[in-house]
Design a protein around this ligand. Structure first.
Ligand SMILES: Cc1ncc(COP(=O)(O)O)c(C=O)c1O
Length: 431
């Protein structure tokens, strides 16, 4: 099995954290998001320990809310000692509603409106990560009006291409995120920020991209940010001690993806960062990282019920399931690959090649193409692995399909964390 928490039980069913997935589907209905809380906690602990060990006591991971945002995730994140990054007032609202401390929230976002900024300042978020000149100006004004000196980091782009999927690549020069170093605009950004009496700039932020397996882009990014910190100090008199190097560690969606080596990669980044600090005479005593996917993706499995098996002679076989692009739009968005298992027949040979299609009236509604699973029959439970990130948070009600429930598994026990949407829920705001 792709992940250690998955195995095949004596009924030949897929078990998640020791719990029979077919029983789960029966009890809670399908489609169903299943999250293994023990896996999430273990990932959080690894990040907290490795970041402290290699970057120092004050350094921390932030959980990127965008990967998975619902009330129940925040107590887990807080109890494991992480901060969070949020990209909208909606994510901040959810974190606060769950009792997450405002001062541990880092407010991201490429277009924060004035009312977003007011919301963040009024609620006391710890840091703004300022994306652009307009935001800088508005934040300075609004913080002044509220009598606050707002702590912030400046978001810079380092001009790296981590050879990841084009659609989720945010670190290059030509990007709508942050201000580029290469074009000289970061210099103007720093100078403008230093003029802002109501903002305290403590450091720089940069995010290289997502689903990155090689270390080079992170190492280079650390070096570029440190040498830019030296430039900002020498040329503009800005002293910073904090870097936030974003998210992006890759996860295993299929057997082709390597198993993540979080500790080794953090150590490597730290080695490059320390060498760059020495070379440039810069002191960075706090490093933040923003893993999202790598904390929750592998903990998630989506369960569907098979509706039909359609064999288009001479072309391909379609297995249709009772969910699809509404609960997992990642194939439709950027052809993301997944591992699919017939959870009802997990010990039978996976020799039936098929395309797993969803229930929407949309030819792009697919979960996976040309995958091999044990041949299903109508009613079999199909499991799609590594769906903990960017599935629930990207879900929609297209075709008026209600969003699935989320069930947490921990220590062999289950609990409902998010109720399945009803038809009434979908119509709630319609007058
Ligand atoms: C600024 C920032 N931080 C963190 C992340 C999380 O990335 P990942 O989930 O790939 O770790 C993203 C994702 O796009 C991002 O844009």
């Amino acid at each position: 099995m792709l992940h250690d928490n998955l195995n095949i039980n004596s009924d030949s069913h897929l078990a998640i954290g020791g719990v029979d997935s077919v029983e789960l589907a029966r009890e809670y209905g399908t489609p169903l998001y299943v999250l293994d809380e023990d896996v999430i906690r273990e990932r959080c602990r690894t990040y907290v320990a490795e970041i402290k060990k290699h970057f120092g006591e004050d350094s921390k991971p932030l959980f990127a809310s965008k990967a998975l945002c619902f009330k129940g995730i925040y107590p887990i994140i807080e109890s494991e000692g992480l901060c969070v990054d949020a990209v909208s007032p909606g994510e901040i609202y959810t974190a606060l509603a769950a009792g997450f401390p405002a001062e541990k929230i880092f407010f991201h976002g490429t277009n924060k409106t004035d009312s977003d900024i007011e919301y963040g300042v009024k609620n006391g978020v710890g840091y703004f990560i300022i994306d652009n000149f307009n935001e800088l100006e508005s934040l300075n004004r609004i913080a002044g009006e509220q009598g606050v000196i707002q702590k912030a980091l400046l978001r810079l782009t380092c001009g790296l291409d981590p050879h990841t999927l084009e659609a989720i690549n945010t670190g290059r020069v030509d990007s709508q995120f942050g201000v580029p170093i290469d074009t000289g605009q970061a210099d103007e950004f720093v100078k403008a920020a230093m003029e802002c009496a109501n903002i305290r700039i403590e450091g720089f932020h940069s995010h290289a991209g997502s689903q990155i397996f090689e270390s080079d882009s992170f190492n280079l990014q650390a070096e570029i940010l440190v040498s830019y910190a030296a430039k900002a100090r020498d040329e503009f008199g800005l002293e910073i001690n904090t870097l936030n190097i974003g998210g992006g560690f890759g996860v295993r969606y299929t057997e082709k993806d390597p198993a993540p080596e979080i500790g080794a990669r953090i150590e490597e980044i730290a080695t490059h960062l320390k060498a760059a600090c020495e070379k440039n005479g810069v002191s960075i005593n706090r490093v933040f990282m923003e893993p999202g996917r790598s904390i929750v993706a592998e903990a998630g499995t989506t369960l569907y019920e098979t509706g039909g098996v359609k064999e288009v002679r001479g072309y391909r076989n379609y297995v249709t399931v009772d969910g699809g692009m509404t609960d997992n739009p990642r194939f439709a968005l950027y052809g993301a690959e997944y591992t699919v298992v017939n959870a009802s027949r997990a010990s039978e040979p996976a020799d039936y090649e098929c395309t797993v299609a969803g229930r929407c009236c949309e030819s792009g509604d697919r979960i996976a193409e040309w995958v091999k699973i044990a041949k299903p029959e109508r009613g079999d439970i199909i499991a799609v692995l590594s769906t903990g990130a960017y599935n629930y948070s990207m879900s929609s009600n297209y075709n008026r399909i209600p969003k699935p429930a989320i069930v947490m598994v921990s220590g062999g026990k289950t609990r409902l964390a998010v109720k399945r949407q009803s038809f009434e829920d979908m119509m709630r705001n319609e007058l």
